[in-house]
Design a protein around this ligand. Structure first.
Ligand code: HEC
Ligand code: HEC
Length: 355
């Protein structure tokens, strides 16, 4: 409950600009070519560069026909008078696009999606959705120091503020290499499958976006994701089970976590996520895991799966060391292998989330 409330409070800061046809505060005075210019070039009606609230590097790939369709739809909305303060936008959208064109030179090349003739139509449709309107890379692609996408690392997993958007390549350990196309479709449609349950920013992406997509489009996205090459051979080795952190972590796990996630780490499909061989659990960056244990989390509720199970918060009854140890255990048991979680990471995040 607390976690759900906390999340709602965060979400309120996640403001998008007003795009209803209100003349004063929305886009009521815009023309269709203004919208095209905004989406394709990232330039607003008055000639100013837009905040990357619009993920320009993604939206530039959207075709003219789709922008026209979006325009036609936006015109049917009820105008709402609402002044939005874009400085409240949350990461990564709050990174101001510099006034100079340097950012653009490095990070942004306007251009509609070009299909790859060597791939199937379904693959190309998936690529178009992922790279364009789905803007999956806004969260899942590692960023360079200026906030632009790091070249050659598309969808390999990235840290958002206190969340980790996992690797979406076919990497068998950190990515979704063990998932089938059906697993991906189910996750994007309902927010849950036998591997994982979406929370945080991904719960919102499922609720507001992917759960409304057609099955054909979801299948296209899955087809494209299944074909993303992993970042390279995986060399992580699990910690020994007699390591003191592993021993301490196992005790906490059996006592506090096994009632839901099961001793074998298998979880209960669609209720309690699987921790054994789960990509998120073995991510290079354990931020999301620490966050979930500290403050809990409520999974996404969609029309296909209306009751959302919740993960309780343990921030009040487990110490930093206990949380670090239990996560170290989870990351190195049942075939999992990943770096140990230092208790200093837990205390740092505890300081931030309990602000
Ligand atoms: C606003 C940021 C954001 C956007 C946009 C976004 N994601 Fe995510 N995604 C996340 C985060 C954060 C997680 C981890 C969720 C969790 O901890 O449960 C995630 C998790 C996932 C997972 C589960 C991976 C795993 O290993 O468990 C899949 C699959 C996924 N996203 C696909 C997509 C696709 C496809 C798109 C585009 C259509 C997309 N995401 C857009 C933030 C985002
Ligand atoms: C009452 C049942 C329950 C208990 C006890 C519980 N969890 Fe969870 N856990 C959940 C649910 C439900 C989710 C999914 C929440 C979501 O997606 O927002 C979850 C999610 C997680 C995740 C994120 C997994 C992912 O792939 O998204 C991790 C990691 C996790 N739990 C670890 C633990 C640890 C470690 C403990 C013990 C300290 C624990 N859980 C105790 C129910 C529980």
């Amino acid at each position: 409950m607390l976690a759900a409330l906390r999340w709602r409070r965060h979400s309120e800061n996640w403001l998008g600009p007003n795009i209803t046809p209100d003349v004063a505060t929305g886009i009521g005075a815009w023309t269709e070519s203004d919208l095209w210019r905004a989406m394709h070039e990232g330039i607003g009606r008055d000639g100013v560069r837009l905040y990357p609230a619009m993920p320009c590097p993604a939206y530039t790939k959207v075709t003219r026909e789709d922008v026209s369709a979006i325009w036609a739809y936006l015109r049917t909305l009820e105008p709402v008078h609402n002044e939005v303060q874009p400085n409240q936008l949350r990461f990564p959208f709050n990174v101001r696009r510099p006034a100079t064109s340097t950012w653009d030179l490095i990070n942004f090349k306007p251009g509609v999606f070009q299909s790859d003739p060597t791939k199937s139509d379904v693959w190309n449709r998936g690529a178009y959705l992922v790279e364009g309107l789905g803007h999956c890379g806004t969260c899942h692609t590692p960023k360079n120091i200026t906030g632009g996408d790091r070249g050659g690392e598309a969808l390999q997993g990235a840290l958002l503020q206190d969340w980790y958007a996992p690797d979406l390549t076919a990497d068998p350990r950190m990515g979704i290499g063990h998932w089938s196309t059906e697993d991906i479709v189910r996750y994007l449609k309902t927010g849950a499958n036998s591997f994982d349950i979406a929370s945080g920013p991904m719960a919102e992406a499922v609720e507001n976006s992917t759960s409304h997509m057609t099955d054909a489009d979801l299948l296209a996205i899955a087809t494209y994701l299944m074909d993303r090459a992993p970042r390279g051979p995986n060399t992580a080795v699990a910690l020994a089970h007699d390591d003191t952190r592993m021993v301490a972590g196992k005790a906490v796990y059996e006592n506090r976590c096994a009632p839901c996630h099961i001793s074998s780490g298998a979880g209960v499909p669609t209720l309690f996520p699987r921790l054994a061989q789960a990509p998120l659990v073995q991510s290079t960056d354990p931020t999301s895991l620490i966050r979930v244990v500290l403050i809990g989390s409520r999974a996404v509720a969609t029309s296909a799966a209306p009751t959302a199970p919740a993960m309780p918060s343990f921030g009040w009854n487990l110490s930093d060391t206990e949380i670090a140890d239990v996560l170290t255990y989870v990351r190195n048991t049942w075939g999992n292998a990943a770096s140990a979680v230092p208790s200093t990471d837990v205390s740092t995040l505890r300081g931030r989330v309990s602000r």
